[in-house]
Design a binder for this molecule. Structure first.
Ligand code: ADP
Ligand code: MG
Length: 271
């Protein structure tokens, strides 16, 4: 198993505040990897550094063997890394379907293989690629159970459906690695179970590697092969759920008395 993602000694300081300090871990191909830690631990900052939204102060990010540290988000996305956001980011006024169609246009993938001239002159090949993109978007909308709302504005969807739509949009980029920032936030236990099943399903179907942030400890433990625990910007532990749950530093700082039932308070959202 080769590492899809390899993070080495990664740090970010905002002014004097060390949001992430010397964090390192590896995510193997095909695994579902969990990132947990209390509010303010640096989880989103870490995601932002992996996806190019935040430039690391120091350290290295390797994606499929390539050093991507400090690259632009669009370049990293094109290499095959897609994400969702803690605060859902959709084009609320656009239809469900158009939200899923956007990324491939944005990345210029709708004309893949058709060449520049095809794009410019609208050749048959370009039209075919356009049609393929539409079909693909429809099948992704179907996959997340929103076919009957395909023409509705994204903003009109209930919360859980918007979360699923955001995942569909990330999948439209045909990623190798999918990063989910608290996809289960605000969901009830049965919705969380559905989401866990869905994450496993898309991992299998699209041969993805998944890295996700979650506060609900039982969900992480049930779904992930490996887990990293962040606390005040530092990596407390990384390992299998069993190893991490048995780690005294983790128990003390994060899990409290009863790891089986520990649920960390959802964090207040900030942009
Ligand atoms: N753009 C920023 N400017 C200044 N401080 C920030 C910024 N983004 C995050 N922080 C701070 O970095 C710390 C980690 O935040 P964050 O990565 O959002 O944590 P988490 O996602 O684990 O809750 C917090 O103290 C937060 O206030
Ligand atoms: Mg966060």
């Amino acid at each position: 198993m080769s590492a899809v993602l390899s993070v080495d000694n990664l740090s970010k300081s905002f002014g004097g505040l060390m949001a992430v300090m010397g964090v390192g871990f590896e995510v193997a191909e095909g695994e579902i990897f969990g990132l947990i830690g209390p509010n303010g631990a640096g989880k989103t900052t870490l995601f932002n550094m992996l996806t190019g939204l935040t430039r690391p102060s120091s350290g290295t990010v390797r994606f499929m063997g390539q050093d991507i540290t400090g690259m632009d988000p669009e370049v990293i996305a094109r290499l095959g890394m897609a994400r969702t956001f803690q605060n859902i980011r959709l084009f609320g006024g656009m239809s469900v379907l158009d939200n899923v169609r956007i990324p491939r246009h944005a990345l210029g993938k709708s004309n893949e293989g058709a060449g520049l001239w095809a794009g410019v002159f609208g050749t048959k090949a370009a039209r075919e690629h356009e049609r393929d993109a539409l079909e693909r978007a429809r099948s992704l909308v179907d996959l997340v159970g929103l076919s009957d709302r395909a023409e509705a504005p994204a903003a009109s969807l209930p919360y859980g459906a918007r979360r699923r739509l955001e995942i569909a949009r990330a999948l439209a980029l045909s990623p190798k690695l999918l990063l989910l920032d608290e996809p289960a936030a605000g969901m009830n236990p049965s919705e969380k179970q559905d989401l866990a099943r869905f994450i496993r399903d898309i991992r299998d179907r699209f041969e993805l590697t998944v890295l996700f942030i979650e506060h609900n400890v039982p969900m992480v433990m049930g779904l992930c092969k490996n887990v990293a625990v962040l606390n005040f910007g530092e990596l407390l532990a990384v390992g299998t759920p069993e190893e991490v749950q048995a780690n005294p530093a983790v128990v003390e700082a994060y899990l409290g008395e009863s790891p089986d039932t520990a649920v960390i308070k959802p964090e207040v959202s900030h942009a």
